[in-house]
Design a protein around this ligand. Structure first.
Ligand code: ADP
Ligand code: MG
Length: 400
């Protein structure tokens, strides 16, 4: 039976409530999508002022491993999801004993660990970069020459390019591994990328699966900077192949919820899977303004067991991430960055047709911190790109 918004529970007369572990911007946009449909939303997060806590109907201020907090969340909710990839799988298991949880602990555990993730790719026949798990010092000697030049990534807790470093050759590997703390790492061949893109799917309890249009992603310093939909440089055959693999991965994981797989496109037409996120993804934010069903509404629908229509892109779009650096942008290219933060010229941005501003309610801008995003929609991809370039220029960002 689907969970319907506005329904009152027999148990306590409360309206249907959806819960989310994690209070970041992804949780905030999930909450807003759920509330727009008439659901109540509960957020569990230790931070009183987190983006999702600000908009939640109920904020349970607790850590992800706090037994009391998890019990309170289970009691308050009809179903719980996660917006935070590194939530302890144990927390999801504890919750699952009391309340519907999607995605499940096992699928999240695979996405949390780069070696498990790669093993899932290999097992499912999904192509990925040649790699080696460096679990301990003894494994350093096993790195075959064909893996170099390589990238070394911590097996867990890496994000936005953090927890990784380049390794030119085998001789440089021991120092690189120690520099990352001597923790279990994955060594990956550095690929020559033609472009990067992502595929977001949503899968329900019955195995019905839909996908968002393929998104092309540009990273700067390891952080997503620009997403374009439709993806201008991804050949249709490559996109189809990546979509088919992503759907199969979701099926193999018995996945219920929104799953994102990041893909590398190579010059020779091959596509290789990079990593998975067991939740909506930064590269899917344009779906809020460019698709008739956003990735957050898909998350709500899968969690509540509601129908999943195939999303339709109604407007070509370009999404620009708004990092805290913008608040410190200097007046001219040559001058020093400002020391005290200044609010960027939002009014100037919003004067552009098709500009949609999303700010996450974070009080303190810091360099590299994701403060919001801007999606520019237009009738044609070229027009969206031209407008995004104007927006980038007004913000002092590099050209989209
Ligand atoms: P994160 O969890 O920080 O997003 P990723 O594994 O996605 O970590 O790496 C971040 C970025 O680094 C990728 O989006 C890509 O630009 C680059 N990168 C990662 N792995 C490789 C690789 N094997 N070859 C070339 N570039 C890579
Ligand atoms: Mg990534």
């Amino acid at each position: 039976m689907p969970l319907l918004p506005g329904e009152l529970r027999l148990r306590d007369g409360q309206p249907t409530t959806l819960g989310v572990l994690g209070g970041g911007q992804l949780g905030r946009m999930f909450a807003q999508a759920a509330q727009a449909m008439g659901f109540r939303v509960a957020v569990l997060d230790p931070d009183a002022a987190s983006p999702a806590a600000q908009v939640a109907d109920l904020h349970i201020r607790a850590g992800y491993d706090d037994a009391q907090g998890l019990a309170a969340l289970a009691l308050a909710c009809d179903a719980v999801t996660t917006e935070f990839e590194n939530v302890p799988a144990q927390a999801l298991q504890v919750l699952a004993a009391r309340v519907r949880v999607a995605p499940g602990a096992q699928a999240v555990a695979v996405c949390q660990h780069r070696a498990r993730e790669k093993a899932q790719f290999v097992q499912g026949g999904v192509p990925c970069a040649p790699h080696l798990l460096i679990a301990c010092e003894a494994d350093l000697g096993d790195a075959a020459p064909h893996l170099f030049p390589a990238i070394l990534k911590t097996a867990t807790l890496g994000y936005d390019g953090k927890g990784q470093c380049g390794v030119p050759d085998a001789a440089a590997l021991p120092d690189a591994w120690r520099a990352l703390g001597g923790v279990p790492c994955l060594l990956e061949q550095r690929l020559r990328l033609a472009c990067e893109f992502s595929v977001i799917v949503a899968r329900d309890d019955h195995g019905h699966c839909v996908h968002l249009p393929v998104q092309q992603n540009l990273h700067r310093d390891g952080v997503l900077a620009v997403t374009r939909v439709p993806a201008p440089d991804v050949p249709p055959a490559a996109a189809e192949e990546a979509i088919a693999h992503t759907r199969r991965l979701a099926q193999a994981l018995g996945y219920v919820g929104v799953l994102c797989v990041e893909w590398f496109a190579l010059d020779d037409g091959r596509v290789l899977a990079n990593e998975m996120a067991p939740r909506p993804h930064n590269s899917g934010h344009a779906s809020l303004d460019a698709c008739d069903v956003s990735q957050f509404e898909l998350q709500v629908r899968t969690l509540a067991g509601l129908p999943l229509p195939q999303p339709r892109l109604h407007s070509p779009a370009v999404m620009l991430n708004l990092l805290g650096d913008l608040w410190f942008a200097s007046g001219g290219a040559a001058s020093e960055p400002a020391r005290t933060p200044r609010t960027p010229d939002w009014a100037g941005l919003l004067a552009l047709p098709g500009a949609h501003l999303h700010l996450y309610g974070k009080a303190e801008p810091r360099p590299g911190r994701k403060m919001g995003h801007l999606t520019v929609t237009a009738a044609e991809p070229e027009a969206a790109l031209a407008l995004a370039r104007q927006a980038a220029a007004r913000l002092g960002l590099p050209a989209a």
